[in-house]
Design a protein around this ligand. Structure first.
Ligand code: GTP
Ligand code: MG
Length: 333
C-alpha cells in the first residue's frame, strides 16, 4: 500500500495516527523561533507528535534547550499534534483486512505463524549466537521483493544493521535462489549501519522520511538490543534503557501500522542463572521488548544443523514449533 492510496481511503485516515501533520510544523509551536526550530530538527524532532510524547527533561537534553522552554514546547505540541484517538471496531477490522503475509520460504515456519510473517506487526526473533536470526532477516529481505503472487510484498526493505553483519553477497545468493536478479534485489534493500543506540533511533526517523517516496514493506533492526545493552550498564541505567527501548519500539510499531509493513527485530538471549528447570536463557530487554512485540520467535540450534523456532505468547495463534535449516540457498524446511 502506498501513502497515496492511504490518504484516499477515509477509514485509513481515521485510524492512522498522523505523524506527518502536513500544515503544522515546529515553527508553529509557541516560543519557537528559527534557531530553536533548527535545534529541534537537528535532534530529529521533525514531527509534532514526536515532541508531544517527550518529557521536558528529555527534550531539553536531546535538543539542547532549557527545561522551561521544553515544557512550553511540549504543551504546544500536545495541542497542535494530531494525537489520533478512538476508532470503531469496524474500522479496526477493515484495517486488519489489509494485513499481508510474507513467506519465509519455509512452509513449517509460515504455518507456525498462521500463513507467514504479518504486516502491522513487530516480530521479535531471539536466540543465542548462530541460531539463525540474521539469516532470517536476510531471507525476509529478499522475499519482500518478490511479487505478491509468490508470497512477497513487492516492496522496499530497510535494514538497520547494528552489528555489521549485513552481507550483500548473502542477499545476492538468496536472490538468485528465488530467480531474482541479484543486482535488482540489492537496489531495493536499503542498509544503514547504526553506530550507537541514539543513531539507531534516528534512523527510524530517516525511514519515516524516506517512506514518503518508497513503498516500504519490511524494516529490520538487527540487533534491536545490542547497543542498548552495551551502553546502559548496571542497575542504575536500567530504567532509562527500558524507557528508550520502549519509545523506540512504539515508533517502529507506529510505522508498521502507517505503512502496512512488517517490522523484524532480532534479540540475543542471556543466561538466567537462577533458573533450575526449563530453558536457562531469557531474551534481553525483558518485559518491555516482549510486550511490544506482536509475535515472538525463539530460535534454538539442534542436531545436524537444524534449527527450531518456537512461537511464544502469540495473541491469536497456538504455541508450537517449526524446524528449518539454513543452506547456501537460504531458509529451507
Ligand atoms: P548472532 O547475531 O551472533 O547472535 O547470531 P544469529 O542468530 O544472527 O546467527 P546467524 O543468522 O548469523 O546464523 C549463522 C549461521 O547460519 C551459521 O553458523 C551457519 O550455520 C548459517 N549460515 C550462514 N550463512 C550460510 C551459508 O551461506 N550457507 C549455509 N549453509 N549456512 C549458512
Ligand atoms: Mg546476527
Amino acid at each position: 500500500m502506498s501513502n497515496d492510496t492511504a490518504s484516499e481511503n477515509v477509514e485509513d485516515e481515521e485510524i492512522i495516527i498522523d505523524i506527518d501533520e502536513p500544515e503544522m510544523t515546529v515553527e508553529d509551536l509557541p516560543g519557537v523561533g528559527p534557531a530553536t526550530a533548527e535545534k529541534l530538527r537537528e535532534a530529529g524532532f521533525e514531527e509534532l507528535l514526536a515532541i508531544a510524547v517527550m518529557s521536558p527533561s528529555e527534550l531539553a537534553e536531546q535538543a539542547e534547550l532549557g527545561e522551561a522552554v521544553s515544557s512550553k514546547i511540549i504543551a504546544g505540541a500536545k495541542k497542535l499534534a494530531n494525537i489520533g484517538g478512538f476508532i470503531s471496531g469496524t474500522a479496526l477490522l477493515d484495517r486488519r483486512r489489509e494485513v499481508q503475509k510474507l513467506t519465509s520460504g519455509c512452509s513449517a515456519l509460515d504455518e507456525l505463524l498462521g500463513g507467514g510473517f504479518e504486516t502491522q506487526a513487530i516480530v521479535e526473533v531471539f536466540g543465542e549466537f548462530g541460531s539463525g536470526k540474521t539469516q532470517i532477516g536476510h531471507q525476509l529481505a529478499v522475499n519482500t521483493l518478490l511479487p505478491v503472487s509468490k508470497g512477497g510484498f513487492d516492496g522496499e526493505v530497510f535494514y538497520i544493521d547494528t552489528e555489521d553483519t549485513f552481507r550483500p553477497e548473502r542477499i545476492a545468493q538468496m536472490a538468485e535462489a528465488v530467480g531474482m536478479d541479484p543486482q535488482d534485489a540489492l537496489e531495493r534493500i536499503h542498509v544503514a549501519r547504526a553506530y550507537n543506540s541514539a543513531h539507531q533511533i534516528l534512523l527510524v526517523d530517516e525511514i519515516k522520511r524516506m517512506s514518503k517516496n518508497l513503498d516500504v514493506k519490511l524494516i529490520i533492526v538487527d540487533s534491536l538490543t545490542s547497543h542498548f545493552r552495551s551502553e546502559y550498564i548496571g542497575r542504575g541505567m536500567l530504567a532509562t534503557r527500558q524507557q528508550k527501548l520502549n519509545r523506540h519500539m512504539k515508533e517502529l510499531k507506529q510505522l508498521s501500522d502507517i505503512l502496512n509493513a512488517l517490522i523484524l527485530v532480532t534479540n540475543q538471549v542471556m543466561s538466567k542463572p537462577d533458573s533450575m528447570w526449563g530453558d536457562p536463557t531469557r531474551a534481553i530487554g525483558g518485559h518491555i521488548v516482549a510486550h511490544a512485540s506482536t509475535f515472538r520467535l525463539y530460535l534454538r540450534k539442534s542436531k545436524g544443523g537444524r534449527r527450531i523456532a518456537r512461537l511464544i505468547d502469540s495473541p491469536n495463534l497456538p504455541e508450537g514449533e517449526a524446524v528449518f535449516t539454513v543452506t547456501a540457498e537460504g531458509l529451507q524446511d
